[in-house]
Design a protein around this ligand. Sequence first.
Ligand code: SER
Ligand code: ZN
Length: 543
Amino acid sequence: MRTEQPKMIYLKDYQAPDYLIDETHLTFELFDDHTLVHAQLVMRRNPAAGSGLSDARMPPLVLDGQQLELLSVALDDRELSAGDYQLSDSHLTLQPTAASFVIDSSVRIHPESNTALEGLYKSSGMFCTQCEAEGFRKITYYLDRPDVMSKFTTTLSAEQHSYPVLLSNGNPIASGSEEGGRHWATWEDPFMKPAYLFALVAGDLWCVEDSFTTMSSREVALRIYVEPENIDKCQHAMDSLKKSMTWDEEVYGREYDLDIFMIVAVNDFNMGAMENKGLNIFNSSCVLARAETATDAAHQRVEAVVAHEYFHNWSGNRVTCRDWFQLSLKEGFTVFRDSQFSADMNSATVKRIEDVAYLRTHQFAEDAGPMAHPVRPESFMEISNFYTLTVYEKGSEVVRMIRTLVGDAGFRQGSDLYFERHDGQAVTCDDFIKAMEDANGVDLSQFKRWYSQGGTPRLVVSEAYDAAAKTYSLTFRQSCPATPGQRDKQPFVIPVELGLLGAQGQALPLRLVGEAAAGATSRVISITETEQLVTFVDVAEQP
Ligand code: SER
Ligand code: ZN
């Protein structure tokens, strides 16, 4: 087998995939010492691919796959032999001969000895998965990239006594028993999704069950699965889930779409949680909370993480990322959404102070160090290193600034347009901005520098009051330190919301030079230049 060296990947090199996978049919046979994975991929040439080859000659099909033992592969029911394909430690390459075809493959994998917590692994006696960002390639040969979206059907079989619960994405459509004490279940996910949103769980789990009626009166079953000893610690997560579902309907007009929504608590999990379609998998610490033993902060964390993962169903799953450079498209927006939710559920002021303190302490440090990178990085070797405070927290603040610029109503119109335009698609941060621009008739081209330039800008303000002329001037100067690979920065668009107070603490009317009459006592000024003078007139006293 050939060994491939990891290489740098650049945003500017993005190319649409040569092939699409319309349907993905997976069968998992789970055993204690190995797992067999059979994958049937219904594929076709991507009409939008730009490989430049004439239709007569099909480009090679390069499937991703790592740490897989290939047992068999067939193209349109024809079993391939070793000479028919090339195998390296990261790819399986073969040559399709028609524009539509079916690939069947079988591989053996070892979740029982997978300690990387990526792909399919075992945690406390249960099987579970983590596929974001590139874990699915450790499960089967596939086009493991987010712009390849497919309809998944998944069948799992396992020994019934140790693994009574068998879960995957979507809705359950069939189940039964097999000889030898085994059983099986089939799940079908009607929504197109990239492989990173695939999930599977098998184990001895108990569940807390509830239901939710959506805004169009559809009944959704809600289940939280935990190990039996934790069954008394799920109520807060369930309450948080129902609040999140209501809030997303009311504030963003977003309704849940499957018949069932599940959360599974797992003890060994690298991230807080994962938004797999219909089957969120959580680190136990982000699910379990009981009033007698958990602090207020722990309760709020559970509420926030449950909300975050639930909100991804629209901002991430229904509309997903074209490539991993766009990670902040779903993460920045979803962190912003969960922070709005937490603000609405608790104290908005406290939440804002917490978020800003966290950003200043941790993200500013990242932005000032050797790892500093833009919200949308331009290159990476290993995407798992880019699940950063910059992509998440600064990404959220960038979305917040858009809302500050276009206002609450304009922001909602922009997000409605974004979801309507791109439902079922894998898109870019530019598409998000475009929807905000089109819905509001504004030009955000300079604003987009927030996505491409790293570093924490510094804004220095100086004031001057002219008592005789009754003018009050503010001079804003912005600068941004050099960051790795970026020496000179162009000025950002920095929205500054401000008001002026008189000696008695009263809000003073704000009238900019050149304006006919005073407007509101609080307004948003856009700082777009390196140095910008803002002058208010008719200011009766020194603010
Ligand atoms: N996509 C996951 C999340 O942010 C990874 O942690 O919710
Ligand atoms: Zn997220």
